[in-house]
Write a protein that binds this ligand. Structure first.
Ligand SMILES: *Cc1c(COP(=O)(O)O)cnc(C)c1O
Length: 359
């Protein structure tokens, strides 16, 4: 059977070259006679994979020396709790920017640990834009400012960072490695792997070393960022196969020319799709043009009664998982790093033909 173009928001498509390499190495990794899944996490072989994964990520994102890279389990949703648990020790409140479903979930979890100051929200308008943060909204005594630069469900993305001395904590789950970022501007970055990094099961955390001093010994040891850093993310068995695949994805990304090169491709892919949607009266995207996501492109049909037909026909045409999130409906094309330009071109050709047939 041939591979389809998979527009799933996550777990998302992986580069075919990565899957082929993993397949070729599956039974016998580098002459060891075992698969990575069967190796001790403390073996020299796995330690070399972990070190390679960290080194490649550090090169790709140009991570400064005063940051630690951690591999954490439990998904980005667990980080929603682990972040206040680690960073809010000795603080009463934290600031959160509310730009969509994922920020709202992060806020809800944080409220179990501290007082959350919502410093801006676009909820009232249906999360179609990114709110400004009023200059006086940021409490200088807050533990940190949390932002979600790409709202995977709503399709809202921004890359400007608020002016503040507070450590900026960013959920980059669906945008990490898709565009250049300046890591030194952040206190902590986290990203679940299953959008742009690899399979589900591991969360990448990049944290400024001085912030590790906030983690209290009272925390569960597997939740304690300082403890994770001290033990090279190996307090217990890490998700070894997920880390191995992330390393292969990073290797692939380096071969593509790194983040700057893939950013150009991502810009082009998104531009093609939004341009097509905008010139059509049949399809539309409701997001403020300045904040449209390059990674997740939601769109609706002028005639909603055609949605089921659109999904059935696109599926039959080898364009997979175009349904919008269950909470918002409509369609959504997730076009992460691993989605080739040809996939976006095939989607546009399909949308054009569908419009001609049903419009
Ligand atoms: C997918 C996603 C999450 C949740 O990830 P889980 O690994 O399922 O917990 C959180 N934030 C953003 C921005 C996401 O895209």
């Amino acid at each position: 059977m041939s591979r389809v173009y998979n527009f799933c928001s996550g777990p998302a498509a992986l580069p075919e070259a990565v899957l082929k390499k993993a397949q070729a190495e599956l039974l016998d990794w580098h002459g060891t006679g075992t698969s990575v899944m069967e190796m001790s996490h403390r073996s020299a072989e796995f330690m070399s994979i972990l070190a390679s994964c960290k080194a490649r990520l550090s090169r790709l994102l140009d991570i400064p020396e005063n940051y630690e890279v951690l591999f954490v389990q439990g998904g980005a949703s667990t980080l929603f709790a682990q972040i206040p648990a680690n960073l809010a020790n000795g603080f009463e409140s934290a600031c959160y920017l509310d730009t969509g479903t994922w920020s709202a979930k992060a806020i809800k979890e944080a409220q179990k640990y501290l007082k959350v100051d919502v410093v801006g929200s676009s909820k009232e308008g249906g999360y179609l834009t990114v709110p400004d943060i009023p200059a006086d909204a940021l409490n200088a005594n807050a533990a940190y400012l949390h932002i979600t630069p790409n709202e995977t469900i709503g399709g809202v993305e921004f890359d400007h960072l608020p002016e503040t001395d507070l450590p900026i904590v960013a959920d980059l789950s669906s945008t990490i490695l898709s565009r250049k970022i300046d890591v030194s501007k952040y206190g902590l970055i986290y990203a679940g792997a299953q959008k742009n990094v690899g399979p589900a099961g591991v969360v990448i955390v990049i944290v400024r070393k001085d912030l590790l001093e906030r983690s209290s010994d009272d925390l569960p040891s597997t939740w304690n960022f300082a403890n994770l850093a001290k033990n090279d993310s190996m307090i217990n068995t890490p998700p070894t196969f997920a880390i191995y695949l992330a390393d292969l994805v990073f290797e692939w990304l380096e071969a593509q020319g790194g983040v700057a090169a893939i950013e150009k491709v991502n810009e082009h892919k998104a531009q093609l799709l939004y341009d097509f949607i905008d010139q059509s009266a049949f399809y539309s995207n409701p997001i403020d043009v300045a904040y449209r996501s390059r990674m997740n492109v939601p769109f609706i049909l002028a005639d909603e009664s055609l949605e089921a037909t659109f999904l059935a026909e696109s599926e039959a045409a080898g364009l997979r998982t175009l349904a919008g999130h269950r909470s918002v409906g409509g369609m959504r094309a997730s076009i992460y790093n691993a989605m080739p330009l040809e996939g976006v071109q095939a989607l546009i050709a399909f949308m054009k033909a569908f419009e001609e047939k049903h419009g």
